[in-house]
Design a protein around this ligand. Structure first.
Ligand code: 2X7
Ligand code: FE2
Length: 308
């Protein structure tokens, strides 16, 4: 593993919207995953390939990921043991995802985010049980962004504020958590890739095809939700990121979006809400859900939006 640069001010160097349908891993067939498909969802998988060519592990020291499938009730939790190793099984799709993982965590950055979030009066805790089982959202996004697993990660859970209180309350907490993440990265001296692990529209099929990778079954499920996805993508491709954030509460309701778990908004806030247009690598449906693979490469000169 290459040594991080620790002498200068750290920076969030890039962001990625990296959806985590287990179908993509099943179709890709890496050695860590027991079930192996023949093919499927090529547009999304080739989109990830394109993203990996644009943002390589040489560009960052640590990948920080926020996942909808590590759900915590009492605030945000962060993985904080140097290594987690085990078998992750998707509870809905055990036929597609049984993945043996062995990952490294940058505990210094995890602890720094925890400290900054606590300072901002956000409820956070460190997960220091080495036997804790890491969720499939975290693992899938990290694998598709860096299949070599040769960079440490930091993983953040999603809490239930959008669900318990309202979309607006959840969004305002994610803006604060993103700002705290950014401050921690800057003080760490490291270069970070921040990753929102989520789909866009999220209504999906309720019965599975006999052959999961039979693409004659794959299609958009709901035109209205597709239109919502296209509206949001249009804002992102124009770099209207602040307008996109203002649209998120309605988008969540209109598209039954997985943005409801906060990953997208946290990622945008951790990037400082730049005016940078998204680079779109792929959009495609997986069991009817809408998935965008997109990236933002930031330079020191990107205009920044700052804390809400
Ligand atoms: O978790 C997921 C998802 N977000 C989208 C599609 C299919 C399965 O799992
Ligand atoms: Fe999901």
């Amino acid at each position: 593993m290459s040594q991080p640069q620790t002498t200068k001010r750290g920076q969030v160097v890039a962001g990625a919207l990296a959806p985590h349908p287990p179908h993509l891993i099943y179709a890709e067939g890496p050695k860590q995953n027991e079930p192996k498909g023949e093919c499927g969802w090529e547009v999304l998988r080739w989109g990830y390939e394109d993203l990996r060519r644009r943002i390589t592990p040489d560009d960052y020291d640590v990948m920080i990921v926020h996942s909808p499938h590590w759900k915590t009730v009492t605030g945000t939790h962060l993985l904080a043991c140097p290594e987690f190793k085990g078998l992750s099984v998707d509870p809905i799709f055990p036929n597609l995802f049984r993945f043996s993982y062995d990952l490294q965590v940058d505990c210094d950055v995890a602890k720094a985010i925890h400290a900054k979030a606590t300072e901002a009066q956000l409820s956070t805790q460190l997960m220091e049980n080495p036997d804790f089982r890491v969720d499939y959202g975290t693992i899938i996004s990290c694998h598709l962004l860096n299949p070599a697993w040769d960079k440490p990660i930091v993983a953040l859970s999603s809490h239930q504020a959008h669900h318990t209180f309202s979309n607006e309350v959840g969004e305002s907490l994610m803006m604060k958590l993103g700002a705290a993440t950014r401050e921690a990265v800057e003080e760490s001296g490291k270069r970070a890739l921040v990753v929102g692990s989520c789909s866009m529209s999220h209504r999906h099929f309720t019965t599975e095809a006999e052959v999961p990778e039979d693409m004659s079954n794959e299609h958009i499920y709901n035109h209205n939700q597709y239109l919502w996805d296209m509206h949001m993508i249009d804002l992102l491709r124009q770099g209207k990121n602040r307008e996109a954030l203002q649209t998120v509460p309605d988008f969540i309701d209109g598209a039954i979006s997985e943005f409801k778990d906060g990953s997208f908004t946290w990622m945008m806030a951790a990037m400082g809400v730049p005016n940078t247009p998204a680079t779109l690598h792929a959009y495609g449906s997986v069991i009817g859900t809408g998935n965008l693979v997109a990236s933002w490469k930031l330079s020191q000169s990107s205009p920044q939006g700052g804390r809400e």
